[in-house]
Design a protein around this ligand. Structure first.
Ligand code: AMP
Ligand code: ZN
Length: 471
């Protein structure tokens, strides 16, 4: 069985299979790096990560490209406000984004292109679009002529909505219910500061939508397997990407489109502009681990909005503790001390008694159903009544499903306060914790001593450990 997902354009469930029969080549619109990503953004990135895991664990290789939006209205505005260069701002927030992604146990994309590094490709696409009659220059800016592309709106089904054609716009985001010629290249303005590049139309900078069209083409070619983002990107961002790419290349851009619904707070989209957001750091301050956040983000199906509450993190904590206790009982019964890694999970048969949970993932990435199936297996299986071989199979199966969901029990056991210690000390504490799990007391003691010498005491807690600075 291959993963099936609800495809945005065709509005039906379709199998996710690579067109070359080997490698699924897919693109995810990445973060705009001008501030910390919030857990709403991470709902999309965690679901995309789970998508990739299920594809790979189902036996298909992937090529995962996710860009960094490091030049647009927002990043430039932030750099001017802070009196920093655009690079200083975007590099700082890119590093933070990577740290949060690692904490949430998401696999890094195979290629992570930056929009700033692809300006020549964006200029070349704009030139082609003008030459083919799909774009026109006006006062140093270039606009895409929507009337030149009869298929405009095929992704968001514009024909079934009431729309008004507005005047050409040069902002990156525009009214959801208006259709307008959108900007490909923006003439330099005083508020852009030093952020401009030379082009055949004078100094300026690329429009946001064009960045992804240039980067998908560069790394995935004219046609690729799947394109993904949050639902807010369906219109106008992805609609505009299709228009630019297909008019430029003459080929279908992406065979499949996959969109993740929003994380809400009090029924409103979690967003920077509404100021109703939580970051991983906000939640760590409240004592919650990224593993709990990942659990909560997967507790709802990606096609429905998910309302975030702080109490759901307490529920996730209890659920992860229950899984952890069961995992330990299985490991003891099977007399095994090693834990399968992601690389070990290569064939769906390994899911053993947990196969129904993996089946749920392959059926439109139904993560809440997978968690439900995981718990019903967990309630059904009594480790003490299993033979060691049966316990070993169940242990492998449990880890297979946990890997598909990207839930790492070891990460849940890092006490949040450990976040304050330097990274090398945290690594020592984590290694000691793992040594303890493996009952390697000598190694655990040696690692504690090393942390001690660096000025940190590792204290055991009910939930794992914490690091306390020595005065
Ligand atoms: P941005 O950093 O704003 O470019 O967004 C990065 C990704 O997060 C995009 O795929 C957005 O669609 C997605 N996103 C933004 N807000 C939310 C939200 N509240 N829930 C789920 N995804 C979101
Ligand atoms: Zn994009």
């Amino acid at each position: 069985m291959a993963l099936r997902i609800y495809e945005t354009m065709k509005r039906e469930e379709l199998p996710v299979l690579p067109m070359d029969g080997e490698t699924l080549r897919f693109y995810c619109c990445g973060p705009t790096v001008y501030g910390p990503a919030h857990i709403g953004n991470f709902r999309t990135f965690v679901v995309q990560d789970t998508f990739r895991r299920v594809v790979e664990m189902g036996g298909i290789k992937t090529l995962h490209v996710r860009n960094l939006t490091d030049v647009d209205d927002k990043t430039i505005r932030r750099s001017i406000e802070e009196g920093k260069t655009l690079t200083e701002v975007t590099q700082f927030w890119t590093a933070k984004f990577h740290k949060d992604c690692a904490a949430l146990n998401t696999l890094p994309p195979h290629i992570e292109p930056s929009a700033v590094a692809h300006i020549p490709q964006q200029i070349a696409m704009t030139e082609t679009l003008i030459a083919k009659g799909h774009a026109y220059a006006s006062e140093g800016s270039v606009y895409f002529k929507i009337s030149s592309f009869p298929n405009y709106g095929k992704l968001s089904h514009l024909d079934t909505r009431e729309l008004q054609m507005g005047a050409a716009v040069d902002v990156d985001e525009y009214e959801k219910e208006g259709v307008a010629d959108f900007v490909l290249w923006k003439a330099r303005k005083p508020e852009d500061g030093e952020n401009f590049w030379a082009s055949p139309w004078g100094e300026g900078r690329p429009g946001w939508h064009l960045e992804c069209s240039a980067m998908t083409r560069e790394y995935l070619g004219d046609t690729f397997d799947l394109h993904s983002g949050g639902v807010d990107l369906v219109f106008p961002h992805h609609e505009n990407e299709i228009a630019q790419s297909e008019c430029c290349t003459g080929h279908q851009m992406s065979r499949l489109w996959f969109h993740v619904n929003h994380l809400l707070v009090d029924s409103k989209k979690m967003s920077k502009s509404l100021g109703n957001l939580y970051t991983l750091d906000d939640l760590a301050e409240k004592g919650h681990t990224p593993a709990r956040v990942r659990y909560v983000l997967l507790s709802g199906h990606y096609r429905s909005p998910l309302n975030f509450t702080l109490s759901s993190l307490d529920g996730a904590k209890a659920a992860l503790e229950k899984i952890s206790k069961f995992e330990k009982a299985l490991a003891a019964r099977a007399e095994i001390t090693t834990v399968p890694t992601y690389a070990d999970c290569t064939a769906r048969e390994q899911a053993g008694p947990f196969i129904m949970a993996f089946d749920a993932l392959e059926a439109d990435l139904n993560t809440p159903e997978a968690l439900g199936q995981l718990f019903s297996a967990l309630n059904r299986i009594k480790p003490a009544q299993l033979t060691p071989a049966e316990a070993a199979a169940a242990h492998t199966g449990l880890h297979f499903v946990l890997q598909a969901l990207g839930l790492d029990l070891a990460l849940e056991n890092i006490a949040p306060s450990a976040g304050e210690a330097p990274e090398d000390v945290r690594a020592l504490a984590q290694q000691r914790w793992e040594a303890k799990q493996n009952k390697d007391w000598a190694a655990a003691d040696a690692l504690r001593k090393q942390a001690d010498e660096l000025g940190w005491t590792i204290k055991d807690t009910k939930e794992g450990f914490e690091l306390v600075a020595k005065c």
